[in-house]
Design a protein around this ligand. Structure first.
Ligand code: NAP
Length: 211
């Protein structure tokens, strides 16, 4: 029995990761901010705001109660906006850093012991905006560069856990269309990213950053 934990699994890339790992025979626990609770023998879906440490603890405890072990953690939950810093409200800044960066750190911290026990795999979803800066994307870039740095440091710290950071370009999800940007022909589909996450677990890559 192998267990995969996914944050932000209700839609987009996270949903594709949930579906891909279920198809692969994994038991999956996933949470999202607006997730309706659901449970079956191989799936646990829960409401949890990853920026709220109490929620993340509750997600962790329910996952361990049900599945006992964790082999893969995919930190995927994220938010994005595209605007000038001058026009950005403080609460928007706080939310983005809290979800995109602190949410990744909180979830990793809680599940890390189980990943160490299983000699498992941690996959953090950053972005191409975590490697290269884009205009009017400063807070998002700050959060995603943070995820790359966090992952790189952990990779050096952990002997028995494989650490990867997947950095997609544009992906055909609500996040992309939420900017009012066109889903151009050939835009990457969420399942392509889900396959890359699975490739990380299956030792296809040696490097930290997967583009
Ligand atoms: N789409 C792109 O072009 C693209 C490119 C590079 C990187 N990424 C990254 O890929 C990841 C997934 O993005 P996506 O495109 O799939 O986005 P999406 O379609 O907007 O889905 C985001 C998911 O994150 C969840 N979420 C948001 N805030 C949360 C919170 N506070 N606590 C728990 N869950 C929360 C949402 O929950 P609900 O469904 O419950 O609302 C949703 O399931 C993000 O980290 C994003 O930055 C996306």
């Amino acid at each position: 029995m192998k267990v995969c934990v996914v944050t932000g699994g209700r839609r987009g890339i996270g949903k594709a990761v949930v579906d891909r790992f279920i198809k692969e025979g994994y038991y999956v626990a996933s949470c999202s901010k607006n997730q309706k609770a659901f449970e079956s023998y191989n799936l646990l879906l829960m409401k949890c705001d990853v920026s709220n440490i109490k929620d993340v603890k509750n997600f962790y405890l329910k996952t361990i109660k049900k599945f006992k072990r964790v082999d893969v953690l995919v930190n995927n939950a994220g938010v994005a906006f595209y605007k000038k810093l001058n026009e950005t409200k403080i609460k928007e800044i706080d939310n983005m850093i809290d979800v995109n960066l602190k949410g990744v750190i909180y979830t990793t911290k809680l599940f890390l012991g189980k990943l160490i026990e299983s000699k498992g795999t941690l996959v953090n979803i950053s972005s191409v905006a975590g490697l290269k800066s884009y205009e009017n994307f400063s807070v998002y870039c700050a959060s995603k560069y943070g995820v790359v740095g966090f992952s790189d440091s952990l990779r050096k710290e952990l002997d028995n856990v494989k650490v990867y950071c997947v950095c997609p370009g544009p992906v055909d999800t609500d996040m992309w269309s939420g900017f009012g940007w066109i889903r151009f022909p050939g835009i990457t589909k969420p399942v392509t990213i889900a396959n890359k996450v699975l490739d990380c677990v299956n030792n296809k890559y040696k490097e930290l950053i997967i583009k």
